[in-house]
Design a protein around this ligand. Structure first.
Ligand code: TRP
Ligand code: ZN
Length: 515
């Protein structure tokens, strides 16, 4: 992390720091970011601010030191950065992300998933058939592997015919009778059932488990970033392989099933209802979501016409209305800055989960105890940063969380650049005092979603903006979305776009921040 010389406080700074302090206190009570920060600090000492620091107050920090459930599990703490495998593995069992070689598979490209799920919150069980359409990209594909943890696979079909398969080490591997020829399309159908395996992710210390969770026999939600989608459906679990989605979710009558994209149909049976959702834009597996519960649907449009639809539990209504009061204005404001909102619709689904929210594409999961404008704007910003342009490697998480945090702060201070500047000065002190002691561009897995990733990332973004000047910075970002929208980009690709926009090398500047 770049260290800045101490800057004397200028007039008004104390007030801004107090304001940011309140922001932190609010976070400490209600928000993901500080939960993440505390969780990230969980296996080392909780940071104690230096005496000069006003942020965050040590009393608040010590009072809110992570409870055991927030601490990364022992196995997760022990996890070391995996051995790099820079390119897809020859056996196809890795897509080639050196940071997370266990995720994703090579040799094919999924184009579409259809998830047919029978779910009942009262029964911890998924009964499913998942249809996967794709194209072979390897010269001759003898084995096609998917990421998939747990369940009993009852049937696997390839182009309508039963196909041999093996299911071990978190991979479901299909063995076609003949190797599949390059460029040939294929259709898989995989049927399975069972109680989802619950296992903490080495990357996610603040959630007990990733994947699909059943709450009190009443509701169901999904948390999949970065490695949880394989705990509820077989897929190529890496953002390098995006696809479109259809969901056919059957739930007991009276409950609503929510997923990504648009609700196409609701078919009511005698004692169940099937909800059909379609998302016709490319989406990374970890952004696919299913939420089941009792909801009210709220619908609206932004001034520029973007469809906003939300699924909100009764008890959350009032708070939710306040949190999204400026959402339409904000989505148009971000569209203006980064390029048109990329999807059919946007909105939130509230869930009975504590302290985490997730930017699930077009239908953001919003924890019932995190409803507020800060979270709303942070997750909205992810629709561009992370969703429309996704990470080529999980190692580069700063680009997701740093930008989402910065855009949220930009929105908050949109009428007052000086205020933003002062806020960023306060962020700088907090990052300097509580930085995690690892390079922003290479966090240990257990620190992937740490304070540093969020606020160190936001600080880097702010400094990049100052380094480039507003014109080059924002035109660079627009080019980045126009070039890589719908796909992924690496830090190097991002840097190259920004270099073209500013007309000079940013190599040293990036290296200073990331390495
Ligand atoms: N991306 C989320 C956010 O900041 C945080 C997050 C990462 C998360 N992994 C998660 C939340 C897993 C819940 C579960 O908006
Ligand atoms: Zn985020």
């Amino acid at each position: 992390m770049k260290k800045q010389a101490f800057k004397p406080k200028i007039k008004g700074t104390n007030q801004r720091l107090r304001r940011l302090n309140r922001f932190y206190l609010f976070n400490l009570r209600n928000l993901l970011i500080l939960v993440l920060w505390l969780a990230g600090c969980g296996e080392t000492a909780v940071p104690t601010p230096t005496p000069t620091a006003t942020l965050p107050p040590s009393t608040a920090v010590s009072q809110l030191a992570p409870t055991p459930t927030l601490i990364v599990s022992p196995t997760a703490v022990a996890t070391q950065p995996p051995e790099p495998t820079a390119t897809p593995s020859p056996d196809g069992l890795s897509i080639g992300d050196p940071y997370a070689p266990e995720l994703g598979n090579a040799g094919y490209d999924v184009t579409h998933y259809t998830l047919i799920l029978a779910l009942d919150p009262a029964v911890e069980n998924i009964d499913a058939t998942v249809e996967i359409r794709g194209v072979v990209t390897a010269p001759a594909l003898a084995a096609l592997s998917l990421d998939f943890v747990g369940f009993e696979v009852t049937e696997a079909l390839l182009d309508g015919q039963p196909v041999a398969f093996a299911h071990e080490n978190d991979k479901l591997i299909l063995f076609p009778a003949q190797p599949l020829a390059e460029n040939s399309p294929f259709a898989l159908s995989i049927s399975y059932a069972g109680d989802p395996v619950e296992r903490p992710s080495p990357y996610v210390g603040f959630a007990a488990a990733v994947g699909m969770s059943f709450v009190n026999g009443e509701s169901i939600y999904v948390l999949s970033e970065p490695d949880g989608s394989r705990f509820w459906f077989p897929n190529n679990d890496h953002p390098r392989d995006k696809a479109t989605y259809r969901f056919e979710i059957t739930v007991p009558q009276g409950l609503t099933a929510v997923a990504n994209g648009l609700l196409i149909d609701q078919i009511d049976g005698a004692d169940s209802s099937t909800f059909i959702w379609e998302h016709n834009h490319l989406m990374a597996s970890y952004l696919a979501t299913v939420v089941v519960g009792e909801f009210e649907r709220l619908e609206n449009r932004s001034p520029e016409g973007v469809l906003l639809r939300h699924y909100v539990t009764d008890t959350a209504r009032g708070e939710f209305a306040t949190a999204v009061a400026d959402l339409g204005e904000a989505i148009d404001w971000m569209s203006e800055l980064f390029g048109p909102y990329p999807y059919e619709a946007f909105g939130f689904v509230t869930a009975d989960v504590s302290g985490v929210s997730l930017e699930t594409q077009t239908m953001v999961l919003l924890a019932n105890n995190m409803i507020g404008e800060i979270t709303v704007m942070h997750e909205l910003a992810h629709m561009w940063f992370g969703n429309w342009v996704s990470l080529d490697s999980w190692q580069q998480m700063w680009r997701n969380e740093g930008f989402a945090t910065y855009v949220q702060l930009m929105w908050e201070n949109r009428d007052d650049p000086e205020e933003l500047e002062l806020t960023m000065e306060a962020v700088r002190s907090a990052v300097e005092d509580n930085g995690d002691g690892f390079p922003l561009g290479n966090p240990p897995p257990a620190q992937l979603f740490s304070f540093n990733t969020y606020f160190g990332g936001a600080l880097f973004v702010h400094e990049l903006r100052q380094e480039m000047g507003d014109e080059a910075f924002f035109s660079g970002l627009q080019t980045y979305f126009a070039t890589y929208g719908g796909g992924t980009a690496s830090d190097d690709e991002f840097r190259a776009v920004m270099e073209t926009a500013v007309g000079r090398s940013l190599d040293d500047f990036f290296a200073e921040w990331l390495e």
